[in-house]
Design a protein around this ligand. Structure first.
Ligand SMILES: NC(=O)c1ccc[n+]([C@@H]2O[C@H](COP(=O)([O-])OP(=O)(O)OC[C@H]3O[C@@H](n4cnc5c(N)ncnc54)[C@H](OP(=O)(O)O)[C@@H]3O)[C@@H](O)[C@H]2O)c1
Length: 242
């Protein structure tokens, strides 16, 4: 009798959020054993996913990303996929941006992904395999009037994805960034102003008739099985970037 093959493992950051939750359900359906991260809302992490384990971390706190990585590796022993879908915005025009808010946005959206990558680097490089998907934002490509802090962090996230792809690619680790469409019925979407929603809708050259969060989750899950690419930024909405 052959020994049973252990399921692939994935750590999802922001699993209590709209996009992270959708990714968690999709990966669970594909047989992954999941580490599911939440910050303030552990009750929003999808329940009863077989083989899953919940974690809490506040990425504004020093050492939080590293502690989380350590706890996940102690529980699961290996990491096949890392999906980042956490984030915050504290939008304000540059002239009015509160410095503490700026620091929080950079800490959660940019420094934490870097430190998480650093904490997991040894594991990925030793395994000589693994897939990473960073859920980014259109703001990282286009900038955002009234949201420069968020846009800066999101640009940095794309640079991190490409840099990791270059560093880790030779050992067999694939790294991508996915830019979701604007999801009205999501944590981040519900926080957006009416003017912002209207501006996004005006720039979209196509309106999909589907649940965008589920579409993002399916794309991420497929990307984790994609054998040929790395270092790419996939834009899943219909705003054309000049
Ligand atoms: N939704 C969209 O339309 C859209 C469009 C473009 C890009 N994005 C990107 O995709 C990400 C996910 O979007 P979403 O709509 O799913 O957002 P969401 O529902 O607001 O989820 C955000 C996630 O980030 C976690 N989080 C918040 N503050 C944190 C902190 N200090 N430390 C650690 N984790 C923290 C939240 O945890 P708790 O809830 O447990 O506190 C939650 O799991 C966004 O952050 C954004 O960068 C979203």
């Amino acid at each position: 009798m052959s020994a049973s093959v252990p399921p692939p493992t994935a750590l999802i950051l922001g699993a209590s959020g709209t996009l992270g939750g959708a990714v968690a359900r999709t990966l669970a359906a594909r047989g992954y054993a999941l580490g599911l991260h939440a910050h303030q809302h552990p009750e929003r992490v999808p329940e009863s996913l077989p083989g899953s384990k919940a974690y809490r971390a506040d990425f504004r706190e020093a050492g939080a990303a590293e502690e989380l990585a350590k706890a996940f590796l102690a529980d699961f022993g290996k990491l096949d996929a890392l999906v980042w879908a956490a984030g915050i915005s504290r939008d304000a025009p540059v002239a009015a941006q509160d410095e503490a808010d700026l620091r929080e946005v950079l800490a959660v959206n940019l420094t934490a992904p870097f430190l998480l990558s650093k904490a997991l680097a040894r594991t990925f490089l030793k395994q000589k395999s693994g897939r990473v998907v960073w859920v980014g934002s259109h703001a990282g490509l286009s900038g955002r009037a009234g949201g420069a802090a968020y846009a800066m962090a999101q640009s940095g996230l794309l640079a991190l994805a490409k840099s990791l792809a270059r560093e880790w690619g030779p050992t067999g680790v694939q790294v991508h960034a996915v830019i979701p469409p604007f999801v009205r019925d999501s944590g981040m979407g519900r926080a957006a102003s009416a003017e912002f929603v209207e501006a996004v809708q005006k720039r979209n050259v196509f309106r999909p008739d589907t649940d965008p969060a589920e579409a993002v989750a399916a794309f991420v899950a497929n990307l984790l099985e994609q054998p040929t690419s790395s270092g790419q930024v996939f834009v899943l909405d219909a705003r054309i970037v000049p």
